[in-house]
Design a protein. Structure first.
Length: 471
């Protein structure tokens, strides 16, 4: 059973920006083509309202198309629905443009027939572009590229139907590699290469060892005991988990439901910070980090001199951390301690720690030692706001001691966070301290908004750089 060739589309935020820019280019091209066909001259040679309308509608499309779900993953979903959303959203944008021309008293200079021509050509070009991409992706996925390996839990009628649909529609790129059947589900998969997992307790290890990307839970509502067991077993799984409930369970759910392979599913493990708002957060992070690094460059130079003066060794301290979905990266800080060996165990800094230099005490008390992490933000490994990244040894220890601990890694770690502005920073010498920090981190992930990020940044700027627990 080979590893699927999941080697493309590793930078979703940059990919979405490129797709949005491609749509703008297509709409601009469609406007010029419409002008040549209708007026037999370039758009620049027409009345100014046409150029104004072009800029306005392209700007509206840049921000309105994402709200129609045109840039989310359509893997396993209904292609005609996307084309319908595309045509209706584009039509609404042109109606707004028409209303704008009326408001500035230039509607008399605008040809409504040209506007209809632009709508039809724009819709055709945008649709043709998406259909072409759709069939290219279907071909690539049929060849084994960008496939997602799946485990199905529950192999009754619903589980078998999900399996059958994923096999028949190979262009969606789902490869069912294992199933777990309840005791009363005697059916075996028709594909002999599909592994049958006999015990629920074996699923987390199988997911971790076999590059599983998604888990589909198709157990009936009557299997509530198994659902509770699964909730516990998969609490640290850094993969997408989908629940396909039975019809009776639909009216009882309050989670976000989506159409998937023609069936209603519930996303159980997808942070709210994904999608358009998450992309906006990503780019704000990059802009903010670049601005901070430029403005604080003189301070970085002075700190580097102070570190070299205080003790021999490098200016920066770097250490492995877990990032988004468990991806390992190296976090950067200003070195505040004398060079020493950890001997396989990370010892947190304590009050009066002899390893900390005198200049390092100042850096840690003021949190200046954390500023190089803006480099990590610029590299895309961290966010300005998010759960603080912990040492690798601490992750291994607490993932078994605290439920939902590893769920912190479903978002990017941050320089500051909801827990930190509430005083939960510094040494976690007791389990209760770490438990409270994780609770605040999970509250942030579940209730995230851009406004919440702005509040955390503002609080950190004016109140959060120093504290009694920072040593």
């Amino acid at each position: 059973m080979g590893i699927s060739k999941d080697i493309i589309f590793k930078r979703p935020f940059e990919l979405e920006l490129l797709r949005r820019m491609a749509d703008i280019v297509i709409l601009a091209l469609a406007a010029h083509v419409s002008s040549l066909l209708y007026f037999n001259k370039t758009l620049n040679s027409t009345a100014p309202i046409y150029t104004i309308l072009l800029y306005l509608c392209c700007a509206l499309a840049f921000f309105m198309f994402p709200h129609s779900g045109l840039y989310g993953s359509w893997r396993g979903r209904f292609m005609p629905l996307m084309l319908w959303r595309l045509s209706t959203t584009w039509g609404l944008i042109l109606l707004i443009g028409l209303a704008f021309s009326f408001a500035i008293h230039r509607v008399g200079d605008l040809s409504r027939l040209w506007l209809i021509c632009w709508y039809l050509i724009g819709t055709a070009m945008l649709g043709a572009y998406r259909i072409a991409v759709y069939f290219v992706l279907r071909y690539l996925r049929a060849q084994g590229y960008n496939n997602k390996r799946v485990v199905i839990i529950g192999y009754g009628q619903t589980g078998q139907e999900m399996h059958r649909r994923s096999q028949q529609r190979d262009g969606y790129g789902y490869e069912v590699v294992a199933i777990h059947a309840a005791p009363n589900e005697a059916a075996d998969p028709t594909d002999p290469t599909v592994v049958r997992i006999t015990k629920l307790e074996q699923i987390p290890d199988f997911v971790a060892k076999h590059n599983i990307k998604e888990v589909w839970i198709t157990l009936p509502m009557s299997a509530s005991a198994s659902l509770l067991d699964l909730q516990y077993l998969l609490r640290n799984a850094l993969v997408d988990i989908r629940w396909v409930p039975d019809t009776l369970g639909l009216q009882m759910l309050s989670n976000r439901m989506v159409d998937f392979l023609g069936l209603p599913t519930v996303d159980l493990n997808r942070p709210v910070s994904q999608g358009l708002r998450g992309a906006f957060k990503h780019f704000l992070d990059k802009i903010f980090a670049a601005a901070v690094l430029i403005m604080l460059a003189p301070l970085f130079g002075l700190v580097a001199i102070g570190i070299k003066w205080s003790s021999p060794g490098p200016v920066f301290f770097k250490q492995a951390r877990l990032g988004l979905n468990g991806k390992q990266f190296m976090v950067y800080k200003f070195r505040s301690m004398q060079l020493h060996q950890e001997h396989g165990k990370v010892a947190q800094a304590t009050q009066g720690d002899a390893r900390i230099t005198r200049f390092g005490q100042f850096l840690r008390r003021t949190s200046i030692d954390e500023l190089p992490q803006f480099i990590n933000v610029l590299l895309g490994d961290m966010s300005v706001v998010g759960p603080r990244p912990h040492a690798m040894q601490h992750n291994l220890m607490y993932e078994e001691l605290l439920d939902m601990y590893m769920a912190r890694h479903r978002v990017k770690p941050g320089i500051t966070g909801w827990a930190q502005i509430h005083g939960l920073r510094g040494e976690t010498d007791t389990l209760d301290k770490m438990k409270k920090r994780v609770q605040f981190d999970l509250h942030y992930i579940q209730n995230w908004s851009l406004l919440m990020d702005f509040r955390i940044v503002a609080w950190t700027t004016f109140n959060g750089w120093t504290g009694k627990n920072a040593y």
